[in-house]
Structure formats: structure tokens, C-alpha cells
Design a protein. Structure first.
Length: 344
């Protein structure tokens, strides 16, 4: 089966082709970083308009790369939520239109399910069951994963997600958008032990997290010490986030009795987090798996792969070819395909 994946939830237009027998055959990605840079963050209307310009040319590019045609497709998978409503509508309308014209199924995919499954596209994919740490821009969650579509929420952030905290702290430090990678780069020149920043909810006894207070503490440090301390502040901030995530990850493994952690989402590309999780889990007899670096960001491959698993699980013959569609800017991920909304 050949699945076309379309991802347009925020500020990346991602397209990919995944074959159940041959694997990932082609992919293309356009980032809108340059478009939004002057505004210091994503402007939803501009994001939607750019997706409109990019999505069809990127589909053609991916098909050409894989030496396939539209007629070869067996299904089209697309991100139906969560995300920016206008951006989601671009991908959904293109996917549903293609599916209707080709008389093949259109598969609405949960964005976080795509991230959660993306490590399975690596060279040494983890096996079910495992604990997943989802650390994308707007989400930080621990999930127990028994199999594809079988997700149980263990804990999540009660305020800012880790990615949000990185971006907002970077803005306080005067760093360019996107802030997370810029802060991590600045942190490599600083001393992570100089400032004793708080580790919010590290010992709360549950698997929930909080990062807004950490951001506030950074703001006070900046006012006190000025720009000369920016590198040390960045390094101390990064160390605090990494320590909390590692502590909670170990707690999640103990609580579930599992020995395998899977990390997915943009913050999963952070070098300090990768190194700390790998070493600390190894000391406790556990392992950690990450997606390939280029699949940490939003991408079409994870959506195509999630769609392919659904086709295998439910049988492509049982999937409807057209039933109308909607998008879901807010859509919690839990058991049975993220509590699939009515009509999906």
C-alpha cells in the first residue's frame, strides 16, 4: 500500500510517501521560519496562505522523487488536528479532494500520534509497549503506549509546554525566532551551574509538569544580571528543563514497569536532553529511542506512516472513500485514536 501524507498543522508544509513494503519513498518539507521571523512568532493567516502556495508543488515534487503518480496511491493521510484551524483546513481540503477524485480513502490523523510514532521510522525502531515523552512546541505529555492507537495519558504540563518555555525564554534573551534552537546554541557557551533555577514540580509525586515559573525566574535573572550573563542563563535554563524531564521520565518508567522510553517532537532534537536521557536511563537498565533528527520537527513522513498503520490495522477495504471532513484545532490524544471526534 502506498500512502501520501500531508502535514499542515502550523508553520511547516510536510509531504511524504510511505509504502508498507518498501518504507519511506520520498518526502519534502518547506519551513516558514523566514516568513514569520520578523514577527517573532507564527502569524496564523500568513501560515495558511503559505500552505496554499506550497502544498501542491510539494506533492508533485515528492511523487517525482519517488517515481510514482497519483494513480499509484492507495490512501491519503492528513493532519486533522490539533493545530491552527486555517492551516489544518488547507491540508485537509487538499487531501479530501485528492481522495475523492481518486476514489481512495482519506485518513484524518492526530498530529501528536504522528509524532509519537515517528521514532518507528528510525533504523532501530522501538517495539510496543513503551512510555512516550511528547515534547513538541505546544505539548509536553507522558503517554503509555500499548500499540498503534492505544494511548493512555500519564501526565502533562499544567501550563507552558517545554517547547513554549524554550521559545519564550529565548525571546526574553533577545534571541531570534525560532527561539528553542537559538537558546540551545547559546547555552553551549554558558555555565549551567552558575544559576540555581527552580525545578518546578520535580517532586510533585505525579507525572505532571510546569515550566511557566521557570520562565519567570529567568526573567528576574535577566533584569538583575543583564546581557553579560545571557549565555549562563541560557545554559542554566536548559539544564533545569532537562533535569525535570529526565526525572519525570524515570518516574514514568517506574510507575508503568516498562523499560523503554520513546521521545518525539521538536524538543526531542535537543542534544543535552538526548545525552542526559540516554545516560540516565542506561544507569537504571532502561533504553530510550528518538526519531531521526529531521523527523523531530513537523513532517509528512510521520503522518503517512500513521496512515499506513491504520490501513494495516483496520484493512483498507473497510475504510470509507468519502464521508465529509472537519478539522480539530483542539483534540486530546488518548486511547483509541485520540478519542476520534464525531464524523472522523
Amino acid at each position: 500500500m502506498l500512502i501520501l501524507g500531508i502535514e499542515t498543522s502550523c508553520d511547516e508544509t510536510g509531504i511524504a510517501l510511505y509504502d508498507n513494503a518498501l518504507g519511506l519513498l520520498g518526502e519534502a518539507l518547506h519551513s516558514q521560519v523566514a516568513l514569520h521571523n520578523e514577527y517573532g512568532g507564527v502569524v496564523p493567516e500568513l501560515a495558511s496562505r503559505d500552505h496554499i502556495r506550497r502544498v501542491v508543488p510539494l506533492i508533485r515534487q515528492t511523487l517525482n522523487q519517488a517515481q510514482r503518480t497519483l494513480a499509484d496511491l492507495d490512501a491519503v493521510a492528513y493532519t486533522a488536528g490539533p493545530g491552527l484551524a486555517g492551516a489544518l483546513l488547507v491540508g485537509a481540503s487538499v487531501a479530501e479532494s485528492l481522495a475523492m477524485a481518486l476514489k481512495i480513502p482519506a485518513l484524518p490523523i492526530h498530529h501528536l500520534e504522528g509524532h509519537l510514532l515517528s521514532p518507528l521510522l528510525g533504523d532501530n525502531p522501538p517495539a510496543f509497549p513503551f512510555v512516550a515523552l511528547l515534547v513538541s512546541g505546544g505539548h509536553t505529555q507522558f503517554m503509555s503506549v500499548e500499540g498503534a492507537g492505544q494511548y493512555r495519558l500519564l501526565g502533562e504540563t499544567v501550563d507552558d509546554a517545554a517547547g513554549e518555555a524554550f521559545d519564550k525564554t529565548a525571546k526574553l534573551l533577545g534571541l531570534p525566532y525560532p527561539g528553542g534552537p537559538a537558546l540551545a546554541q547559546l547555552a553551549t557557551t554558558g555555565h549551567p551551574q552558575r544559576f540555581a533555577l527552580p525545578r518546578p514540580m520535580q517532586h510533585s509525586g505525579d507525572l505532571n509538569l510546569s515550566f511557566s515559573g521557570l520562565k519567570t525566574a529567568v526573567s528576574l535573572l535577566i533584569k538583575t544580571h543583564g546581557s553579560a550573563a545571557h549565555a549562563d542563563i541560557a545554559a542554566s535554563f536548559e539544564a533545569a528543563v532537562v533535569e525535570v524531564l529526565c526525572s519525570k521520565a524515570l518516574q514514568a518508567l517506574r510507575q508503568t514497569g516498562l523499560k523503554q522510553l520513546v521521545v518525539a517532537g521538536g524538543v526531542g532534537a535537543n542534544k543535552q536532553l538526548r545525552a542526559a536521557l540516554t545516560s540516565q536511563l542506561a544507569r537504571h537498565g532502561a533504553t530510550v529511542a528518538f526519531p531521526p533528527l529531521h523527523l523531530c520537527t513537523d513532517n509528512g513522513a510521520m503522518i503517512a506512516y500513521a496512515g499506513a498503520l491504520r490501513c494495516l490495522e483496520q484493512g483498507i477495504e473497510a475504510l470509507p472513500t468519502h464521508q465529509g471532513f472537519a478539522v480539530y484545532p483542539r483534540w486530546p490524544l488518548a486511547t483509541t485514536r485520540g478519542q476520534t471526534p464525531p464524523g472522523v
